[in-house]
Design a protein around this ligand. Structure first.
Ligand SMILES: [Zn+2]
Length: 401
């Protein structure tokens, strides 16, 4: 099994090269915007057909290399699939392929084709990135410029993920709202502090937002930065401990596949505060951190379907029946608004099984269910790895320094 992940590396860029990169970024954004206009006018979202329509005019007007234009077409079509309405491309990122990018491990440089030719750009990277890039010949990357004016390259690599054994030990991890994470082995990380911090930031933000002055906006950005850094630090910490425990026990880590966490958590009517709390990328970032650290440590990670993990009993497997099956869609959503909220055995922090009488911590019970699902996923007969994370890691590269 292989898994694609994206390794974020800082580039060391001198003044002259900076201008070259900026020109290329401008050209690429320009190309994307032209292609987008043509695609919208012609209602054409097929890469090959669009290529015939735009290739020559775009090359002429932007002066980009052939492969830059091909990548710009892919970028526009790819974005159109993910985002419903694309407004405009900003000159902050360019996609590279095997012809416009090469990673040189012996010198730790990236060969990058820009608008005026090829440049070797040194990478400023640490142990994590070096370990992930070792022995790789990556064929795709994205060059990005941050708002602060720093340049990064996200290099996509394929990592071999070896199964650990025949009867794998599995640690289930439940990501929750009151506690950030709870494992089937009983460890948990309280979310109280981060929640309080986030709530207070949010209140301050709402205050500042009403002012709309330049200094208010600046203050807002600073606050956001601080919140983001705190969350990142916390997630690094939790993921480090999770991976360390799995490594010590020679176990696989199992998570719920939370690709649709926003929808599933927001199915039931909630107040505004709760919605804001769940609509953040914190869980997602935690899973990404775990995935990266697990690869470096040689720990396996599996993702299991999230249905019923908090509503089933981890001892007898009994699931509380839905109250009104006919009125619910297959995905579990209520088609007519949530009038018939299903009862579950979960009452706050307690889980009570009406069938076998088990009384357990609700989060640990859920984590045990995840571990059980993880064992079935990671047994040799089953297909194993869920590949859902592949695309997501590409969309959300993280720095590991
Ligand atoms: Zn039970």
């Amino acid at each position: 099994m292989t898994q694609s992940i994206s390794v974020k590396c800082k580039l060391i860029v001198h003044q002259e090269l900076r201008r070259e990169i900026d020109r290329t970024l401008e050209g690429f954004a320009n190309a994307c915007n032209q292609i987008l206009t043509t695609a919208k006018d012609a209602k054409c979202w097929n890469v090959t057909k669009l290529h015939h329509l735009v290739y020559h005019p775009v090359r002429l007007s932007t002066g980009l290399k052939a492969n830059h234009v091909c990548q710009a077409i892919r970028r526009v079509v790819g974005n159109a699939k993910v985002v419903k309405q694309i407004h405009k491309f900003r000159p902050s990122s360019i996609s590279l392929d095997a012809r416009t990018f090469k990673y040189d491990e012996s010198k730790q440089v990236a060969g990058i084709t820009l608008i005026s030719g090829r440049f070797n750009v040194p990478l400023k990277i640490g142990g994590y990135q070096i370990a992930l890039l070792r022995g790789q010949t990556p064929t795709s990357a994205t060059l990005n410029k941050t708002r602060q004016g720093d340049y990064f390259i996200n290099i996509v690599v394929e990592i071999e993920s070896e199964p650990t054994g025949k009867t794998p030990k599995v640690i289930g991890v439940d990501l929750g709202r009151t506690d950030i994470a709870t494992t089937s082995t009983g460890a948990s990380w309280s979310g109280k502090h981060i929640q309080a911090t986030r709530d207070s930031y949010s209140k301050t933000r709402a205050n500042i937002q009403s002012k709309r002055t330049r200094s208010a906006r600046r203050l807002m950005r600073r606050l956001q930065g601080r919140e983001t850094r705190y969350q990142k630090w916390l997630n690094h910490n939790i993921s480090k401990q999770l991976v360390r425990e799995a490594k010590q026990l020679d176990a696989t880590l199992a998570f719920e596949d939370l690709t649709n966490i926003r929808q599933s958590l927001n199915q039931l009517p909630r107040n505004k505060t709760e919605r804001r709390r769940t609509n953040n990328w914190a869980f997602y970032q935690l899973r990404v951190f775990v995935a990266y650290k697990a690869i470096v440590a040689g720990v396996r990670v599996v993702f299991v379907p999230p249905a019923y993990t908090s509503k089933s009993c981890s001892r007898c497997g009994h699931v509380h029946p839905e109250t009104d099956k006919k009125r619910r869609t297959p995905s579990g959503e209520n088609a007519h608004g949530s009038v018939t909220r299903p009862k579950s055995y979960r009452h706050g922090k307690k889980f009570n099984c009406g069938h076998c009488g088990l009384e357990h911590d609700a989060d640990i019970n859920a984590a045990c269910n995840i571990a059980a699902l993880g064992r079935s996923v990671s047994s040799p007969e089953s297909p194993g790895f869920s590949c859902r994370l592949e695309g997501q890691l590409d969309l959300f590269p993280v720095a590991l320094l």
